[in-house]
Design a protein. Structure first.
Length: 277
C-alpha cells in the first residue's frame, strides 16, 4: 500500500498570466492548456471510480485499500480545484473548453456500469498522466522560460500523478478485473485521449490566431519528436501497458519523490478528508 500525502499548493492562480505562458511558445502553451481543460471532469471521474471500487470490495478487503484511496481522492480533488482556477484564467483569455463537454457526455454513458469498467478507464488514463508526468519532471527545461508559479503547478501535479499511479490499477485487480478488459479499455482510452488532446489543442491555436503560422508547427515538431521529444520519450512506457506482467510501479523513478523533497516550500500537507469532498 502506498501512503499518499494530500498537499495544498502554495501558489497564486487568481492573478492573470501571459497568453503564451509556456516559454512564449504558442504550441506548447496550447497543448498544456488543452490538458488542463480535461482535468476537472477527469479528476472527478477518477475520484468516483475509486470510491465505487472501494464500495465494491466489501468491508474485509476495503480496509487494505482505504488509506491509500483517501489519499488518492484527496490529491485528485486538489488537482481538480487548482486546474479549475487555471482554466478560469484561460476562459478570461477567450479560450473555449470543448473537451469538458465531450468528456461529460461520454462518461454519462457509464452510469450503472460495473465498478471494474470505471477503474479500468481510470487506470488507463492514470498511465497516460503518469508517463507524461515522468517526462515532464525529467525534461522541464524543454518548456522554456516558464512563469515560476505555473512551472510549480505543473511539476507539483506531475509529482503527485506519478506518486499515485498504481491506485486504480490495484483496485481493478483486487476486484478481479481481467486482462482482456484492461487492454480493451486502454486501446479505447488511447484513441479518445489523443483525439481529444489534438482537437482541443487545435481549437486553442485557432482561437489564439496562431494555428496557421509556420513557427507554431515547427516548434510542435521539435517538442514532440525532437531528441528528447514528448512522443519519442513516452512511446516505450506507453507500450509497456500491453505487457501481461505490467504494473505501474515497474516504470516508477525517484523523480517524483525528489521534486517533492526539494520543493517543500511550494506545498503544505493537509488532512485527506478536508480535500476529498
Amino acid at each position: 500500500m502506498t501512503r499518499l500525502v494530500v498537499r495544498r499548493l502554495l501558489v497564486d492562480l487568481e492573478s492573470p498570466f501571459a497568453r503564451h505562458w509556456c516559454g512564449g511558445d504558442a504550441f506548447r502553451t496550447a497543448l498544456f492548456n488543452a490538458l488542463s481543460m480535461s482535468f476537472p471532469v477527469g479528476e472527478q471521474f477518477f475520484i468516483d471510480a475509486v470510491r465505487r471500487g472501494l464500495d465494491a470490495l466489501g468491508p474485509e478487503r476495503r480496509r487494505d485499500f482505504e488509506e491509500e484511496a483517501r489519499g488518492f481522492i484527496g490529491q485528485e480533488a486538489t488537482h481538480r480545484r487548482i486546474h479549475a482556477l487555471f482554466n478560469a484564467q484561460l476562459a478570461r483569455q477567450g479560450l473555449v473548453n470543448h473537451w469538458e463537454a465531450r468528456a461529460t457526455a461520454r462518461l454519462a454513458l457509464l452510469d450503472g456500469a460495473d465498478a471494474r469498467h470505471w477503474l479500468a478507464i481510470t487506470a488507463a488514463n492514470e498511465h497516460f498522466t503518469a508517463i507524461l508526468a515522468e517526462w515532464l519532471l525529467g525534461n522541464h527545461d524543454l518548456l522554456g522560460d516558464i512563469e515560476p508559479r505555473l512551472a510549480t503547478m505543473w511539476l507539483w501535479h506531475s509529482a503527485e500523478e506519478s506518486e499515485h499511479r498504481g491506485t486504480a490499477f490495484d483496485l481493478y485487480r483486487a476486484l478481479g478485473g481481467d486482462e482482456a478488459w484492461r487492454l480493451r479499455w486502454f486501446r479505447r482510452v488511447t484513441l479518445i485521449f489523443l483525439g481529444d488532446t489534438l482537437r482541443q489543442t487545435v481549437a486553442n491555436l485557432r482561437r489564439d490566431g496562431t494555428l496557421w503560422r509556420w513557427r507554431t508547427w515547427r516548434g510542435a515538431a521539435a517538442f514532440l519528436f525532437g531528441r528528447r521529444g514528448l512522443v519519442r520519450e513516452t512511446f516505450a512506457p506507453w507500450r509497456a501497458y500491453f505487457r501481461r506482467d505490467f504494473h505501474p510501479d515497474t516504470l516508477r523513478t525517484d523523480r517524483s519523490s525528489r521534486w517533492l523533497r526539494d520543493n517543500t516550500a511550494a506545498w503544505s500537507a493537509v488532512a485527506a478528508s478536508a480535500q476529498s469532498r
